[in-house]
Design a binder for this molecule. Sequence first.
Ligand code: NAP
Length: 291
Amino acid sequence: MSAVIVSGKDLAKEKRAFIKEKVSELHTEKNIQPSLAVILVGEDPASQSYVRAKEKACEEAGINSILEKYPSSITQDELLERITHFNGDASVHGILVQLPLPDHIDELAVIEHISPGKDVDGFHPVNIGRMMIDQKSFLPCTPYGIVEMIKSLDVSISGKHVVVIGRSNIVGKPVGQLLLKEDATVTYCHSRTKDLASITKQADILIAAVGRAKLIGPEYVKDGAIVIDVGVNRLETGKLCGDVDFEAVKEKASYITPVPGGVGPMTITMLLHNTLQSAQNEACENKTFSS
Ligand code: NAP
């Protein structure tokens, strides 16, 4: 059996067309233009490329994007001051500080400084906490995109055994939590997990969010499993690859996401979705949650 390849690119295209329509409606009906402020610190090439992709996606969806770039010598106080500025700017609906930040800046302090109502990355502890107790919040973009991808398949999540490899705050932990909400039974694995394959082979849905090229070969995968590859790793050849040995695992899985073209495009799509949601909150008298 060869797996169906789940194109995040195609699903993202569909969802972005819908977002674009809603952005245009909001503009026509309420004269509100969704706007995202992006702060980029330093010269990290991967961060620069992610920010470029986000800017392009905003532009295509009709979302205004404001990019502020700072050298890595910026102080934490200066960075917090820029966030204070955008928190107070009613025309800005979303604030994103591209991570990672230089070592002298406390990432959590920066995330906590963003108003929860403008935290379209969904990283603020208030948003994470609200997600945990099933309250409306901005959902973190990568986990949200993964759940949307799984929901787009012709399968039910309820009762499925999901195994998540990785327990980071931005991917592993929240994706497990979101799938628990969909009535999956969730197991987390990490670097201290013993006999990883014995656990991952029980997964109906296997999510790899590790950051190790081709760590997951077919011996880790049950026949017919859905395999979601979050990893983005650069090989010595310069090519990108995931945490899953795609060619070998696709012969065993029922569905598999490629890298690139899988989870990545959905992450940016959910950022657009969250920015639109924030602007819609402004238009709505009964805000879903306040900033
Ligand atoms: P992270 O913070 O480094 O977390 C990696 C996780 O993998 C940790 O929980 C770690 O365990 C676990 N781990 C490491 N080695 C392992 C092993 N040999 N066996 C089992 N578990 C192991 O990374 P992240 O931010 O979650 O990102 C994970 C990957 O996804 C990266 O490649 C990243 O580039 C990619 N990513 C992609 C997108 C996208 O949009 N496509 C978005 C975000 C991240 P411990 O907790 O025990 O250390």
